[in-house]
Design a protein around this ligand. Structure first.
Ligand SMILES: Nc1ncnc2c1ncn2[C@@H]1O[C@H](COP(=O)(O)OP(=O)(O)OP(=O)(O)O)[C@@H](O)[C@H]1O
Ligand SMILES: [Mg+2]
Length: 278
């Protein structure tokens, strides 16, 4: 039996990165798919005005309105949610960024609208919201990360990483000092080049300098299949008729994430969040 709605609590996770092109969207699409396959009712929200997250997955792309249209006011969250063939997986596309300015919405009202969105997703029965963000941690992206329970930090395995991860952690600490409740879900090493000694050395160094619990055990290799899948707006598991072996990596990352953020499976009551045990 599913948990009673009154005690249901959604978990919200935003990607966070100062730099562009680090794999945020790839991580979001693949992770959201794995979480959904593992039974969580998962909503993938595209907050990147440039984004077109996983649109190949949605049954209908006729509704192109999304995150920014909701933020601008009016309709309910569920009116913007696109379903996919997997009932547990739904998508809120970015929609039209310009509606925010056209509707005369003040930037200071946006955090409240983001909270309304997350609450709306919760009421809609969503267990986990993954928010894909634009690069940088200012403006609406800062508001999205501040509204999320957790920040997930995809990090390329490149020489600058040893400096940029501490910088990111400082920024998140500043957000908390400004009143945000955003905790760190973890640093996820992405695009690791297993044939590059430099890339492997950076990955090793990062694991040495950061507290071990901060870094996901599983990392993501740089592979052609991820590139191809993201070009098609798909998780890698759906790229071919039979999922390639690397598809299982995101199932492992999803399992790790569940532990990190307290998405807990309860045999008697179905899926529920750790806060039900509080
Ligand atoms: N593990 C991977 N192996 C190979 N290519 C990858 C991998 N992850 C991401 N890519 C490719 O790298 C590019 C950037 O990835 P992605 O779009 O996920 O990054 P992003 O952080 O969302 O970028 P942006 O800041 O522009 O939103 C894309 O072309 C994507 O297909
Ligand atoms: Mg992106």
């Amino acid at each position: 039996m599913p948990p009673a709605r009154s005690t249901h609590r959604v978990i919200t996770i935003a990607t966070a990165s100062q730099k562009g092109g680090v794999g945020k969207t790839t991580v979001c699409v693949n992770l959201a798919y794995s979480l959904a396959r593992r039974g969580w009712n998962t909503l993938l929200v595209d907050t990147d005005p440039q984004g077109a997250v996983g649109l190949s997955l949605a049954k209908s792309t006729r509704l192109k309105a999304g995150f920014y249209d909701f933020i601008a006011g009016g309709a309910e969250v569920k009116d913007f949610i696109l379903t996919t063939r997997l009932p547990e997986f739904s998508i809120l596309p970015a929609g039209h960024y310009d509606t925010v300015s056209r509707h005369g919405l003040h930037l200071e009202d946006v955090p409240r609208r983001i909270r309304d969105l997350l609450r709306g997703a919760e009421l809609h029965g969503v267990d986990c919201v993954l928010l894909d963000t634009a690069a940088g941690l200012t403006g609406i992206t800062e508001m999205v990360v501040k509204a999320a329970d957790y920040a997930l930090i995809p990090q390329q395995s490149e020489p600058l990483a040893v400096r940029s991860v501490p910088h990111m952690l400082e920024t998140l600490a500043r957000f908390r000092s400004e009143g945000a409740g955003t905790k760190v879900a973890g640093v996820l090493l992405s695009m690791v080049m297993n044939d590059s000694p430099v890339s492997l050395q950076v990955a090793r160094e990062l694991r040495q300098v950061l507290p071990p619990e901060l870094v996901f055990t599983q990392s993501i290799p740089r592979l052609q299949s991820f590139l191809e899948a993201s070009a098609q707006g798909l998780p890698v598991a759906l790229l071919k008729k039979n999922p390639p072996p690397e598809a299982v990596l995101f199932d492992q990352i999803a399992a790790e994430l569940e532990e990190r953020v307290g998405l807990i499976r309860d045999k008697e009551q179905g899926y529920r969040h750790a806060s039900l045990l509080d």
